[in-house]
Design a protein around this ligand. Structure first.
Ligand SMILES: Nc1ncnc2c1ncn2[C@@H]1O[C@H](COP(=O)(O)OP(=O)(O)OP(=O)(O)O)[C@@H](O)[C@H]1O
Length: 319
């Protein structure tokens, strides 16, 4: 995929967080993104994953099967770990049996099999992060975007994630990642891009190329948010593309919620809205935007109470 002249700012008049970004992410490559806190790494990764749209420029060629692990986990979702993975597997386009099998296999692989029936809200941060990573990997994505996905994982799970990343690249997928530990996959990256001053610039790669010093190591596990970009059904089951500016038929998600306040601006993915009984509202949004929508609803003041999250078959866009 390719980013050409991409810029991003929050709000119409906000400062440009990123400007004039030209970036190639070829298939079968491992790409590291690095930079200081607040430089715009997560912003760049959200654009790459397609859960956020550029304010300027063009993004083309994003693989249909894209999966994303963002920094924070919506632990308030009313699911057990396996039910959540099953749901996301269905959103990724998997059949029920296949989704259940893959969910179980990935939980087992990350040492979280015993927590399959634990409600998300009761998971430890590290186990929640294992679920976050499992939801992305179970899609066999052609583009995997990992925003500090190792944070909070125990040593065995970190090593397992390293292996899984290697497998994705070996299978011809692209992996784009941010991690504050400069030793993470050291020397394995095919390209390293540094974000600084709103610009993204390539720099030489190699075992000795380290921009982020040891003093920037995370001091503890951050809270994590499971990302769901899951834009496409695998094996060409649908023709939906996860372009942020492209809607139509394709995987979409219905979120039923109540009690919160809507933001002044548009909601992520501009969901269709349907008022229900008891003040509840059902938002229907393309699957690629459902994570951003959930995050917006859960972090609004007052926060929305999420009743249900269901796959839907079609998406309509409000004008
Ligand atoms: N939703 C948002 N609304 C307004 N500003 C935002 C939003 N998200 C990020 N920003 C701003 O964009 C800038 C870059 O943030 P971003 O999270 O992309 O940085 P980062 O490099 O990932 O930081 P860190 O290393 O601390 O995770 C910051 O100034 C941040 O405040």
């Amino acid at each position: 995929m390719n980013l050409s002249g991409v810029g991003r700012r929050y709000g119409l008049t906000g400062p440009w967080v990123l400007r004039d970004v030209d970036l190639d992410v070829p298939a079968g490559t491992l790409v590291r993104v690095e930079g200081a806190n607040g430089s715009g790494k997560s912003t760049l990764l959200r654009l790459v994953a397609g859960i956020d749209a550029p304010s300027a420029g063009r993004i083309t060629g994003r693989p249909p099967r894209t999966a994303y692990v963002p920094e924070r986990f919506p632990a308030a979702l009313p699911f057990t770990a396996s039910a959540y993975l099953l749901h996301l597997g269905r959103v990724h386009g998997l059949g029920r049996r296949e989704a259940a099998a893959r969910a179980a296999a990935w939980l087992e692989r990350f040492g979280a099999g015993a927590h399959a029936r634990t409600p998300l809200a009761e998971l430890s941060k590290g186990t929640g992060q294992k679920v976050a990573v499992a939801q992305a990997l179970m899609a066999d994505p052609d583009l995997l975007v990992l925003d500090e996905a190792w944070t909070g994982l125990d040593a065995a799970a970190r090593a397992e994630l390293d292996r899984a990343v290697g497998e994705r690249v070996a299978a011809g997928g692209a992996v784009v990642f941010v991690d504050h530990d400069p030793r993470r996959l050291a020397g394995a990256a095919d390209a390293v891009h540094a974000v600084s001053g709103g610009r993204v610039a390539p720099r030489a790669t190699g075992p000795d190329s380290v921009l982020v010093g040891p003093d920037t190591f995370p001091t503890g596990p951050d809270s994590v948010l499971v990302g769901l970009t899951a834009p496409d059904a695998p094996d060409g089951l649908t023709g939906h593309t996860a372009r942020s500016d492209t809607y139509g038929s394709g995987p979409s998600v219905r979120v039923t919620a109540s009690g919160g306040r809507l933001p002044d601006g548009p909601l992520p993915g501009r969901p269709a809205r349907e008022d229900g009984p008891g003040g509840s509202v059902t938002f229907t949004v393309p699957a690629a935007h459902s994570d951003a929508l959930l995050r917006e609803l859960l972090t609004s003041t007052p926060a929305w109470h999420i009743h249900r999250v269901d796959p839907a078959t079609t998406t309509s866009r409000t004008p």
